[in-house]
Design a protein around this ligand. Structure first.
Ligand code: NDP
Length: 401
């Protein structure tokens, strides 16, 4: 029985809040707060109608620590779940440290003015969290999140040594729009249009990040239950922690699938300058072009009803077990319409929201505990893997010859 404060009321939060309400034996008291309170009220009403569970709502601007501290002091939660945007990670972490309350998020910190995300500033809060006697769990979504747990499970239970990891993210869903993103458009387009990067350690123990041009490296992967898809190398945040935490690793890469229509639209938008994140003046008004684009694009939270098809996200892991070479693909397949029937959301929100709830359950039930700031692979993967199967994200392992 625990009290949670969920911050943010977008597509992912709708799934997180519903899944918490569906596990009311653990999440017995839920408060949902965001910048726009009416969005919280809408989610609370959906939950009341469907599940007969009461969700309290509140307004907060999570860019301001004083507002967050006042809210946390009045709600008195056991855990704050940050399901807003990466821009709010540091303010919410600092408010949790000030109030002595555990913290969880799904995406690592990014400054609004620089399209670059890294764990540096969140890891730097480790001492502060230790002194406050609290735990911070970073990146409890699918990727990062479940992909870290898949790697940890392989490391802890399936391999003696892991040498190569390729994380594969395939969304083969079709929403019928010529162009839309499946989570927050601003965060998504900053990520996809950035340079690619992967990590390697050579035979002389030299550890390095190799940078590539955006989407320069492509491979075709045959995704179970989906089929062959073009998959493009990108930088993704879980590589930063996994390259440190999986001992013996020689290389880690991340690939994501994109359809031709998405790529053509994105290139065109980039070429005309609409992906710019600096201000331009239009008729005396200052505008960030990417903010304008976000307003024009479909809201990912509203794509659920019209998205059909499946996602397949997993990790190809290669290494040694009992002296013999071994290679596996460990993955989850999710059906967009099945997610919509259960939660009113498409599969990208669902695959992010369910692991956020499970991460919270791990903390609240003390399956995972500690003082300081942690990544998902720092804990025993087994209880999390068991919950994935129970909570709607079953996984499979196939051997690769
Ligand atoms: P949305 O844009 O749909 O929702 C974001 C929510 O945060 C909105 O309700 C927004 O409020 C609120 N918000 C923004 N700024 C503030 C603020 N200053 N104070 C309070 N609330 C604020 O995003 P998504 O639901 O698509 O994504 C949520 C998070 O999940 C993001 O961090 C994203 O990067 C992450 N994510 C992680 C994935 C993973 O696998 N790990 C995959 C996909 C997403 P308002 O309505 O007023 O704008």
């Amino acid at each position: 029985m625990a009290k949670v404060l969920i911050i943010g009321a977008g597509g992912v939060s709708r799934v997180v809040t519903k899944k918490c309400a569906m596990n009311s034996d653990v999440f017995s008291d839920i408060t949902l707060a965001s910048r726009t309170k009416s969005k919280c009220d809408l989610i609370a009403k959906e939950i009341k109608d469907a599940l007969h569970v009461e969700v309290k709502t509140a307004q907060v601007d999570a860019d301001h620590i004083d507002e967050l501290v006042a809210l946390i002091k009045s709600v008195k939660p056991d855990l704050v779940m940050n399901i807003a945007l990466p821009y709010q990670d540091l303010t919410i972490m600092d408010a949790c440290a000030a109030c002595g309350v555990d913290y969880l998020d799904t995406a690592n910190y990014e400054h609004p003015d620089t399209a670059k995300f890294e764990y540096k500033e969140q890891w730097a809060r480790d001492d502060k969290f230790k002194k406050a006697g609290i735990m911070g769990l970073l990146g409890s979504g699918f990727d990062p999140g479940v992909t870290n747990v898949f790697c940890a499970y392989a490391n802890q239970y399936l391999f003696d040594e892991i040498h190569y990891i390729d994380i594969l993210d395939c969304n083969a869903g079709d929403h019928g729009y010529p162009f839309a993103t499946n989570f927050n458009p601003e965060i998504n387009l900053r990520e996809v249009s950035a340079n690619g990067r992967y990590w390697q350690r050579d035979e002389n123990e030299k550890r390095e990040w190799i940078e590539t041009k955006p989407l320069e490296i492509k491979m075709v992967w045959d995704y179970p239950e989906v089929g062959k898809k073009d998959s493009y190398l990108m930088y993704h945040e879980e590589m930063e922690s996994l390259s440190k935490n999986i001992k013996g690793l020689k290389r880690i890469r991340f690939f994501m699938t994109f359809g031709q229509s998405y790529l053509t639209h994105m290139k065109c938008l980039e070429n005309v300058g609409i992906l710019r994140i600096d201000e331009v003046e239009v008729d005396g008004v200052k505008v960030v072009p990417l903010h304008l684009l976000k307003e024009l694009l479909p809201d990912p939270a509203g794509l659920g009803a019209r998205t059909v098809g499946k996602t397949n996200i997993g990790c190809v892991i290669e290494g040694i077990k009992d002296g013999i070479k071994k290679k596996i693909y460990i993955y989850n397949v999710c059906d967009h319409q099945a997610c919509y029937r259960e939660t009113g959301a498409q599969a990208v929100s669902y695959t992010t929201g369910v692991p956020a709830m499970i991460g919270a359950k791990m903390i609240l039930e003390k399956e995972w505990s500690g003082k300081g700031v942690f990544n998902m692979e720092n804990f025993d993967a087994k209880p999390f893997m068991e919950e994935l199967s129970k909570q709607g994200l079953p996984w499979k392992i196939s051997d690769i010859d």
